[in-house]
Design a protein around this ligand. Structure first.
Ligand code: NDP
Length: 298
């Protein structure tokens, strides 16, 4: 079986290179690879690559993820997050291939306190969320067999992320201020990649599982709770941290204005994913601590 992985160098793409490898012949491409450059700004070129390789599965880890920048770059963001995935979906439909695609908690408006399920009404607050939602809609409309996995607050040992930024700031400053009124679950790219591989194995046997699923780690926290865990762990493990855990101060979103508005409630209900694929999603804290240990040991 041939699997085409696109966006191989992102946080998730890197982990998928590992988790998809045992499933079949893996062709992993990035946007500047030669001779096949999987450039999402060139959807026709992307379609030509798919036609040439004729994979049974396409896994799309490429995305325009610069949430604030997207506010002033609608068309580039739309191209990568909606137009190109729509093209991939049409190609997948034409050749009977599966398409795996990732979406986001940002398709919701963040109202209320309850976890969102897959059928809850979408209403993105920002350009990134709108382009990701359009990508989902184009995939569903194509008629291809698909897994759309909505996730949140993705981190990985490789690449930059919130936890690493907190570590750096905590080594430079004596006080940190972090938002405490946005709630969600930090989700490791490694967990998401493993979930993808397990779900794909089921999907190959059961085409009826085609659909949209919420895939995030267990539990929930705020950015403030996440930052406190990072600082506490780093202090306990002898990292050079100036900030005491009590000096991580909670602030409201209103005190930290950004170009893109963010949802307050990013809790996602993962019941459908767990029950359909028989999976357990470990608590977010376990994954973050593992990532911190990896970063620490380098
Ligand atoms: P990253 O930003 O780490 O990686 C995105 C990848 O997309 C990079 O490899 C990048 O390539 C590639 N890419 C961007 N533009 C293009 C383009 N024009 N042509 C080809 N490739 C391109 O993202 P993550 O791994 O964190 O995200 C994975 C998925 O999860 C995405 O669908 C994202 O929307 C979703 N998600 C992410 C969240 C997060 O917190 N990060 C939260 C919720 C959902 P290059 O390396 O060349 O820049």
């Amino acid at each position: 079986m041939k699997i085409l992985l696109l966006g191989k160098n992102g946080q998730l793409g890197w982990e998928l290179q590992r988790s998809l490898a045992p499933l079949g012949e893996l062709v992993a491409l990035g946007r500047t690879d030669t001779p096949l450059a999987a450039d999402f700004d060139d959807p026709q070129g992307l379609a030509a690559i798919v036609r040439e390789l004729r994979p049974q599965m396409i896994v799309n880890a490429a995305a325009y993820t610069a949430v604030d920048k997207a506010e002033s770059e609608l068309e580039p963001a739309r191209g990568v997050n909606a137009v190109a995935p729509g093209m991939l979906a049409r190609e997948a439909a034409a050749m009977g291939a599966w398409l795996v695609h990732y979406s986001t908690d940002y398709v919701f408006n963040g109202s209320g306190r309850l976890p969102w399920n897959e059928d809850a009404p979408t209403a993105p607050l920002n350009v990134y969320g709108r382009t990701k939602l359009e990508g989902e809609q184009l995939i569903r409309a194509s008629g291809c067999r698909h897994l759309i996995l909505r996730t949140s607050w993705v981190y990985a040992a490789r690449g930059g992320n919130f936890a690493k930024t907190m570590l750096r700031l905590a080594s430079e400053r004596e006080r940190l201020t972090v938002i405490d009124d946005q709630f969600g679950a930090p989700t490791g790219a490694d967990l998401l990649a493993d979930v993808t591989a397990h779900a794909l194995r089921t999907a190959l046997q059961r085409p009826d599982v085609s659909g949209t699923y919420h895939a995030v780690a267990g539990g929930e926290t705020s950015w403030h709770g996440y930052a406190r865990l990072v600082v506490e762990w780093a202090r306990a493990h002898g990292m050079p941290i100036k900030v005491a855990a009590e000096a991580v101060e909670a602030i409201p979103t209103s005190a930290f204005p950004t170009p893109a508005e963010r949802p307050r409630n990013s809790r996602l209900d993962t019941t459908r994913l767990r029950e359909t694929f028989g999976l357990t999603l470990p608590h977010w804290r376990a994954g973050v601590e593992r990532m911190l240990a990896e970063v620490h040991d380098r």
